[in-house]
Design a protein around this ligand. Structure first.
Ligand code: ATP
Ligand code: MG
Length: 736
């Protein structure tokens, strides 16, 4: 017992929610209102006041980082907090399947395939499926399969799909690919990310005894960010909570941003229907953001039509003005950010209190370069991460194959790294043999003498090497084992021959060994457990970031996508690329509900800011190697009314002049003319993404717009005539 009066550290609404004891409950509230804080205090309260055993409490969060943070916060509040089960859905799935997967036919030592491994399998099988052309990218199939899994659909469900096509592929072909993918994966004793949830659901459905066991370990269940659960996660939660019914979920429908991955906002909206006896708690005060920042966020999200209205009042004062900067191009935008970061830092703000958020990972490069020029330490979270690097994946594939000899995907990855004199023809023959005999490729290698006419000794040697690795796997710590692999596989020599680049790769491998070392100081288990964790590291995770920034001080500016920023907060936030085609993204323009989802994403971005918020857009941006003119995001206009002064067209001109001139270091003066969005000429004002018709070229889609009024030019892609640049005034275009 800490003897602390926990509930007094919350406001009355939060305290009421945190005091909730048994039965289902929903905490629904806007950003920064203390949902996560309330959830943690509720756990503390259960233990302190109701003497619930921490070993019977489960809290599911969105990222491992959030789980770690929760654990850290809980440790200050609760004695015995190390017994709490705090994890992501996926890590919970791994843990349950490792313990009980055998009940549904999963073999011990199964490995977890990531996105790339999935593609490897799909590439192999798709060629032989009628209806899937050579120009189909395996990614399309992967996304069909992932989506099916998030909705708990089987290949059989795709057979019965109501439309003849799924994502452009014939229904039967998609179903067949799904089916073959599953059986191939099963033969390789592997499961993918989606399976971590769906297989756990199946286990719970088919083996009630196991469900009961897990329920004993999770008598009180909490889910943070419930608005982003998909159907499979929903079902998993429902099954777990079905006996004791102590389920408390928190979320904000306005922050639902993972529809593209199958998240279903309806899960939170229907909570009261699913649990008719549930209590609902609303929180109405935002503790995070200045009143100005919050005002903008509220103003923006009101433009969504499909939403549940909520009150969100600022606790903080007005605070500093929000700065908007329209740079000439993307480099200018990067410099704007760098200048402000320098300035804030000079005023005493540490770099790690600042974050730059963007829509797509590709935007990070320019920002990073601008920062580097003036020696600002920055860390990119996400993107091509440490664990996606070739050498890391190679060594981890060696490790995987060592503990799971039927992992053909891993074998194919490494058999030629380093080169072992096993050619394509030999591989093909062994593959066929393996298929006919229903064995793995490694078994084929071991039997090469009866398969190949010549050169059989090479595969046999490889099989022997792998056998030695398998034996060693159990006897070494993860770090020593990885080191052993790097040295004994020939990989080290390979890199030594690669000069400078090899040296960099070698350093990364050394870092991998250190990561494993570090992992062992916090975790129990051998290489298999380490591999599980490495596979689960999501892009916002600590371990990954730490490794990526090994040479950098802890004090660095965070660069990440708005998706990755969910749940986090920073005193200063920059949101860059607030442009049409980026935010909202080009793809979203063609999807039902797309704009609303993008608006929620922007809302998430804005509400990460505690004190200072900077927005920026570029007028010209390089994309796919071409510089194109860019337009301010429509969302900026929607924010217009949230400022003190706006121009006649509802634009934030006055505000911008004030902040731009007064605050923005080294900025050019504001243009005297605002881009034309006058209602009078609105008929001519085209936007990127719009569908238009030309008397000669037919129908097309606007890619870019430049200039204004009489001089406005549009770049249009026409289905038949290709891409044309046209002056609007003369082109005789009409909107479709
Ligand atoms: P999001 O929707 O972004 O996930 P949230 O609703 O989970 O936000 P929290 O992260 O829990 O909000 O809280 C936001 C900030 O406000 C945190 O810094 C938290 O410590 C602070 N806060 C919340 N409630 C209180 C309170 N009653 N007193 C002081 N600070 C509070
Ligand atoms: Mg939260």
């Amino acid at each position: 017992m800490t003897g602390r009066d926990l509930l007094s550290e919350l406001n009355p609404n939060q305290a009421e929610a945190a005091a909730h004891f048994e039965g289902p409950a929903l905490v629904i509230a806007g950003a920064g209102s203390g949902k996560t804080r309330t959830l943690i205090y509720r756990i503390a309260h259960l233990i302190e006041t109701h003497q619930v055993d921490p070993g019977q409490i489960l809290a599911v969060t969105f990222t491992n980082k959030a789980a770690a943070e929760m654990r850290e916060r809980a440790s200050h509040l609760i004695t015995g907090s190390d017994k709490l089960w705090m994890s992501t859905f996926h890590s919970a799935g791994v843990r349950i399947l490792r313990a009980y997967g055998e009940y549904i036919g999963l073999k011990r030592g199964f490995v977890i395939y990531d996105d790339d491994d999935q593609l490897d399998i799909l590439k192999e099988i798709m060629g032989s499926i009628p209806g899937i052309g050579p120009d189909t990218h395996p990614r399309v199939l992967r996304s069909i399969i992932d989506k099916a899994k998030s909705n708990l659909r089987s290949p059989g469900d795709l057979d019965k799909w109501p439309e003849p096509y799924i994502s452009g592929l014939p229904r039967d072909a998609a179903a067949e690919a799904f089916r073959r993918y599953e059986s191939r994966k099963k033969a390789q004793n592997a499961i993918d990310f989606g399976d971590l949830i769906t297989e756990t659901v199946r286990l719970f459905q088919e083996v009630p005894g196991v469900l009961a066991k897990v329920q004993d370990r999770a008598r009180f269940i909490h889910v943070d960010e419930y608005q982003d659960t998909n159907k499979a996660q929903y079902e998993l939660t429902r099954l777990l909570a079905s006996r004791d019914r102590n389920l408390l979920v928190v979320g904000d429908p306005d922050q639902s941003i993972y529809k593209f991955r199958g998240a279903d906002i309806q899960n939170i909206l229907d909570f009261q229907k699913d649990y008719t006896d549930s209590r609902v708690y609303m929180l109405q005060h935002n503790y995070r953001s200045s009143a100005r920042v919050l005002g903008l966020a509220n103003k923006l999200i009101e433009n969504n039509t499909e939403r549940l209205e909520k009150t969100l009042l600022a606790v903080k004062e007005d605070g500093m003005p929000v700065v908007f900067h329209r740079a000439n191009d993307h480099r200018g935008e990067g410099d704007f950010v760098a200048e402000w970061v320098t300035r804030l830092h000079a005023e005493g703000q540490p770099f790690n209190k600042m974050a730059v958020l963007y829509r797509t990972n590709a935007q990070s490069r320019v920002i990073e370069e601008s920062m580097r020029r003036v020696s600002i330490p920055a860390k990119i979270v996400g993107g091509v991460g440490f664990y996606d690097r070739r050498e890391i994946r190679d060594i981890l594939a060696y490790a995987r194959l060592s503990i799971n000899p039927v992992d053909d995907v891993a074998l194919r990855r490494i058999i030629g790294r380093p080169k072992r004199g096993i050619g394509d023809t030999a591989m093909d023959k062994m593959l066929t043999w393996a298929q006919i005999n229903g064995t793995s490729l490694l078994v084929a290698c071991a039997n090469a003498e009866s398969i190949l006419d010549r050169g059989a000794s090479k595969p046999v040697e490889f099989a022997k090497l792998m056998e030695a690795f398998s034996e060693a796997a159990d006897n070494y710590s993860p770090a020593s084992f990885l080191k052993f692999l790097i040295e004994s596989s020939g990989y080290l020599d390979l890199l030594r021959q690669e000069g400078q680049e090899g040296q960099v790769r070698l350093e990364n491998l050394e870092e991998l060994v250190s990561a494993a070392e570090e992992w062992s100081s916090d975790n129990e288990g051998g290489i298999a457990e380490f591999l599980d964790d490495a596979a689960l590291l999501s892009s916002v995770d600590d371990m990954r970031t730490k490794i990526e920034n090994k040479d950098q001080p802890e004090d660095a500016v965070t660069l990440m996508t708005m998706h990755n920023a969910k749940g986090l907060e920073f005193p200063s936030v920059f949101i860059v690329g607030v442009e049409e085609g980026l935010l909202p993204s080009r793809n979203s323009l063609n999807e039902a509900g797309g704009i609303e989802e993008e608006r929620r994403l922007f809302y998430v971005g804005i509400t990460r800011a505690m004190d200072r918020l900077f927005l920026s857009a570029a007028q010209n941006r390089m994309q796919y190697g071409q510089t194109k003119s860019a337009e301010d995001s429509r969302f900026l206009e929607e924010l217009g009314g949230g400022f003190d002064s706006i121009d006649g067209y509802g634009r934030v001109i006055e505000y911008r002049q004030k902040t731009w001139r007064d605050f923005s270091p080294g900025a050019q003066p504001a243009p005297s003319v605002v881009k034309n969005t006058s209602p009078l000429t609105a008929g001519m004002a085209y936007r990127g993404g719009e569908k238009v018709k030309h008397p000669k070229f037919g129908e097309g889609q606007v890619l870019a717009v430049s200039g204004m009024g009489e001089k406005q030019e549009v770049t249009v892609h026409f289905g038949t005539a290709g891409t044309k640049k046209l002056i609007v005034k003369f082109a005789n275009l009409s909107k479709v």
